[in-house]
Design a protein around this ligand. Structure first.
Ligand code: PGA
Length: 252
């Protein structure tokens, strides 16, 4: 089963609309005719409309960085799937570790968000990963099992393969301390096996990305691993040249 490599940038709370426009005009010529690689940008809410417009006709897919599960309601400060759809957004990043650690995002909420995104026609990208303490305590698999099973629990089996999962060890995010190829392969193969627990065929099709200090210099080695289908890139996605170099690495 060959899965198309997927390179997603996560801008976090960086870039105004003006800065996002400068980025896109620097990125598109560098991507040329990207073939054989899917490319996504996870953009702050305020710049979504502008980035959707300026990437239209290119292969760049635009994601929000969060989404509420409800169709509408008294949820001050939240954004619904319908609001994202109106902007022609492709998908939503869900459960990033910064949302979990800093803003109280729970597995229970994700259990509702992942199917809600699919239902609304948005592609969900679900983030999972262990802390340094959990890894040291030998708890990595327990943590991943919990996060993957909760996050996918309410997804109809026939739609499981539409979810992208990003394995991001928290100790590797923004630290420059990238997982070793062995650690990345082992954890991602485990995530795939968890998906197989729901459905074997979906596990062959689902894309599982690695995230955590991915740079142009280490991307090729990670992307060559058998179970690693792409990368979720934070810091190195803020500059068009370094992000395009990672996309290049995925072209093989
Ligand atoms: P990083 O962030 O590439 O800066 O480590 C990855 C992420 O948080 O998705």
């Amino acid at each position: 089963m060959s899965r198309t490599p997927y390179i997603a940038g996560n801008w976090k709370m960086f870039k105004t609309i003006a800065e996002a426009e400068v980025f896109v005009s620097g990125l598109l010529p560098r991507l040329g005719d990207v073939d054989g690689v899917d490319v996504a940008l996870c953009v702050p809410y305020t710049a979504l409309g502008a980035v959707v417009d300026s990437t239209r006709g290119s292969r760049v897919e635009v994601y929000a960085q969060n989404m509420h599960w409800a169709a509408e309601g008294a949820y001050t400060g939240e954004v619904s799937a319908a609001m994202l759809n109106e902007l022609d957004v492709h998908g939503a990043l869900l459960g990033h570790s910064e949302r979990r650690e800093l803003f109280g995002e729970t597995d229970r909420a994700l259990q509702q968000k992942v199917p809600a995104a699919l239902e609304a026609g948005l592609a969900p990208m679900l983030c999972v990963g262990e802390t340094e303490e959990e890894r040291e305590a030998g708890d990595t698999e327990r943590k991943l099992r919990h996060q993957v099973q909760e996050g996918l629990e309410k997804v109809p089996v026939e739609r499981l393969a539409e979810v992208t999962i990003a394995y991001e060890p928290i100790w590797a995010i923004g630290t420059g301390q990238v997982a070793t190829p062995e650690q990345a392969q082992e954890a991602i193969a485990f995530v795939r096996a968890l998906v197989a627990g729901f459905d074997r065929e979906a596990a062959e099709r689902v894309r599982v990305l690695y995230g955590g200090s991915v740079k142009a210099e280490n991307a090729a080695e990670l992307l060559a691993l058998p179970d690693v289908d792409g990368a979720l890139v934070g810091g190195a996605s803020l500059d068009p040249a370094s992000f395009a170099a990672i996309v290049d690495a995925a072209r093989g």
